[in-house]
Design a protein. Sequence first.
Lengths: 529, 413, 335
Amino acid sequence: MSPRPGFVLEVDRSTPPTMLWHGDGFRQERFPVGTRVVYPPEPVPALADPDAAIRHALEHPVGGSPPLSALLRPGMKLTIAFDDVSLPLPPMRAPDTRERVIGAVLDAAAAGGVDDVVLIAALALHRRMTDDELRHALGSRIFDAFAPHGLLRQHDAEDPDAMVHLGLTDQGEDVEISRRAAESDLLVYVNITLVPMDGGHKSVATGLASYRSIRHHHNVRAMQHSRSFMDRHHSELHSSNWRMGRLIADAGVRIFQIETTLNLDTFPSSFSFLQRREWEWTLRDRAGFHGTRAALERTPPALARQIFHSIRSPHALASVQAGEVEAVHDLTLANLYRQQLVQVEGQSDVLTMGLPYLGPYNVNSVMNPILVSCLGLGYFFNMYRGKPLVREGGVLIISHPTPWAFDPVQHPSYIDFFEQVLAETTDPLEIEAKYEESFATDPWYIHLYRTSHAYHGVHPFYMWYWGAHALQHLGQVIIVGGDRAAVRRMGFKPASTFADAFEMAEDVVGRDPTITHIHNPPVFMSEVT
Amino acid sequence: MRALILERSLGRFAAARAASLLAGSGSGIAVGPLRLTDTEPPEPPGPGWHHVRPRLAGICGSDLSTLDGASSRYFEPIVSFPFVPGHEIVGDVVGGELDGVRVVVEPVLGCLARGIDPPCAACTAGRKGACERLAYGHLRPGLQTGYCADTGGGWSELLVAHESQLRPVPDGLGDEAAVMVEPAACAVHAALAGGVVAGERAVVLGAGTLGLATLAALRHHSLPSAIVVVAKHPVQRELAGALGADQVVAPEELPRAVRRLTGSLAASRSGGLGRLAGGADVVFDCVGSAGSIASSLAVVRAGGRVVLIGMPGSARVDLAPLWQREITLAGAYAYGSEDTPDGPRSTFDLAFELVASAHLERIVSARYPLERYEEAIRHAAAAGRRGAVKVVFDLRRSSRRGWRAAADVEAGS
Amino acid sequence: MSPAGGAPASTKLSPLAARRLVERARSRAGGATRTLSAVVRAPTWPGSVERPVPRRNVGADYDTAWSRTPAARAARAVLVEGVTRPFVRAVAPPTILGADQLDALEGPAIFAANHSSHLDTAIVLSALPARFRRKSVVAAAADYFFDRRWKGDLWSLWLGTIPVERARISRRGADLAAKLIDDGWSLVIYPEGGRSQDGWGQEFHGGAAYLAKRCSVPVVPVHLHGVRPILPKGRNRLRPGRVEVRIGTPLWPLAAAASGREEDARRFAARIEASVAALADEAETDWWSARRRAAAGLTPDPRGPDVAPWRRAWELPDSRRAERPQKPISSWKPW
């Protein structure tokens, strides 16, 4: 049976309660009759022989690029950059796609007699990965061959000796990327495109860049001029990255881009109910849901979080393409949309969503309030093509516990941002003007970014900017079941139940509003007409 | 005359101590050593003494710790029992050539008040607060009015004060403002003792009366580039903002706020903030507990100053940072005269100016008659939590008759 | 404080008397402590008296003669049979191939093995037939196994180690080994001079060849397969797994008659190395392929290709691959 596409359900009186995420747990809600629930498509079949598909892609590149083996020769300098721990979500079962792809690239490099090879985790201003995470992403064979010799590196945007300024784009944007990558004879980038924002020129122009360069597209103006930043052709974020990417190519940096997409098989079979439509739940799904929920209610939150973070996703490789960046990315997006796009007709007054325990920036950590905002207002809200699922001036209702909790190792600057900046103002433009630079240049944050496992000092700002388009578009944001103080600190409204939240929403959008609910997991993209 | 009197009763002190340890400050008032009595007013101990009828008398943190039985035994030789507490006093002189003059009492009982001639070196230099003769002369021991058996104190209907203690109140200044002059004088003294120069960064730990007054004094008398105030309660936060704090933070937020403000590094081992590498130039500790002293030492830079304004007692504090970072830890108790760019000036004169310019009368948040002293003390002990800062006894005749049920009326603001 | 009231004064203790009692008790206790510490602590040496230089019984100078007394040998037999062999069977159960090669050997022999793990000695000793096992010594690095007195005691008792210098043949070490071989002891030696750094083999030193020539005993090539993944250099956690021990044909130094002139120690060492390499090839493939390749001079070099470190690691067979220990990262707990 071929996988069914996503579809829009209209809630009627026979509709069973809808399952939704609530952080480290789930809830069930009966939405008002007439509510539209957008369901994701079913997973497309996995590639039968992923390793063969990868080898084929490397030897049959697109966009006029020669095969990889033709680009490798003894004595050359080869750099392989790869996406960091923020992808995919949840972390996938071994072998990770990066392990497969980089293994194939290295086989080719060994056959080509290339001695000078360096691997770089392209983490931009994200936190450094732990050795365990690197070993998981790359596999032991690669890790043990490179790590002991210092050839497995993590991008350090704050090491002035490791960066090189390649020039300014025609719009005056600084392009500064990793010196090793820029000065290599060949830069191979190994990507996982999980959402349409990933990949393309953004891989190198952002992943291997510095704050000086990234600030040109990670800012409030770019976010407010992106409709949305998930739609590469209507995104100022991507326009800027494309300008930079072309400048990097003009500067003589030869990039061999390898992009992959995964299917939407996101959770292991013990959580099968997460990905099945409620009216199709089998006895096993029903027992699984209620059993899990009952168990979670009796589990200390820290332990529940630990259990969730140990989930490894069965994601399977759905497509792989290699060659010249732009040609590759066009194919990648086509493949991704084939899996992820759902047609939705028209906007509604209210948009609801349940947010999970995990976003790109809290792998093995707690989802702090800023990340809740980023995931809801940044990621989920922007997963549209055309126009947002909710009308201008509408209301967004999020379900998440939003605890006032931070991981001091991974998110030190987030704590100060939340305690000191958001206490003052929540306006992204004001925050950007008044505080961004002092956080970005703070020596302590830089020290922790470079030596520990901390996100860069400026990162919480980007997370806040990620929601700028939504903040501008929406009339109100309500968080159901969240920590009241934390929710209010961000300028949102706390509500105890969905019923209360709908009552509050009516004050903004009027009586009997139209409601749309995004059903996840998995995460998908809506095409709103 | 009615007066609140504190007697030396070891049993009652012990009971108050036990109650305050068990149920928090102020909760031992019913079993403690303070009681309301009808007694003879004190007689002037000599020439130059006047009767003063208090209008308002403040309840100070040091009074509360005495009532809790938590005061340091250090004070025993310079206090004489039984005494009427209350050293933040505005009142009217009764009788004599000054009859009817509204005054603030400068409570330190120095050599002049004690009839000691020649006065000690400190008094000669105008530094009354440092007087060496607090237990001598024709008065019984007592460091201030409000701790001396011979003078009476503010928590009564009549006391005696030496003419050197009387500070006439300008006409434009209300009673609520005037009662703030004494704490303001302490704050001015402390702020100047901190020696903050332009561009330095200061932390004020605590936002009770002393903390807020110190903040106001810093804003008035020096040019710090930033003042961070640590406030626990909403009312304190609001007032700290209004009085010119650049940043108001909760106690647990202080190290991070100071780190970011000063761009300092921090040594963290397991992810927490750890020890700051740099820090603030001056910290004014307006709490005086072991915890607050430790916090002060944790956020002051190497070579910086910590000024202790809140009354401390015996405290267990790790002094390793004091030693390694060569921090100056200084006390700031009371007033006398200050060196200003315009030459030496009386601290009280500076305090009068500060109270008027910073509108410190808004800090007075609740007034009680003497009869309701138990409530008053409990309110003062929980001031921040219950939305108040300074709690005072109101002894004005006009208000005596028509006492409204709600005594704790917001004043000022 | 005065003893007023009805109580008889005799039962009361005056403060002064009490203090005296306390002081007396304290001085008595102090005396006992002082005596005890005088017993425990060695006396200090007077500054005016010259100190003799203490005898160094560590490193290559460590004297192992005691470990070959009958009592020590009996103790060692108990340890090897009761601890070492059961331990090896538990964490690295060995399959022994070619033990029949030793049937014809009468006297002592030198066992030359590749070296990748601390477990190697325990495995070799477990694998040797009893007659060799009972009367063998192991050449162990003087700087590692004999750098402390207690370590020398421990290893020479348990494994019968004798100290040798890694790189050069010291007179003392060689004389001791030669004397022991002449006395009928077999010798286990690792000609690589230390454990493998990255899984690939290292060049064979000439010690085994020299001793074989000097004492006219055969060298038995031994190859250990699959030990590194269990306990590689640089890790201290065991990951149990199966191993294979291959015993090759004993090699005699070629006499002058065979080649026209006598084979020197260096050439003999190369022959030993080639022989171990052929056993390694056999472990990866099969006996017949390995033989044919050895005959054609195509045996893969156990020292690996001379290319960039990552490519050496990349081409390492799985049987020699081992996960390195994690670099220490901050011991953070995210929750």
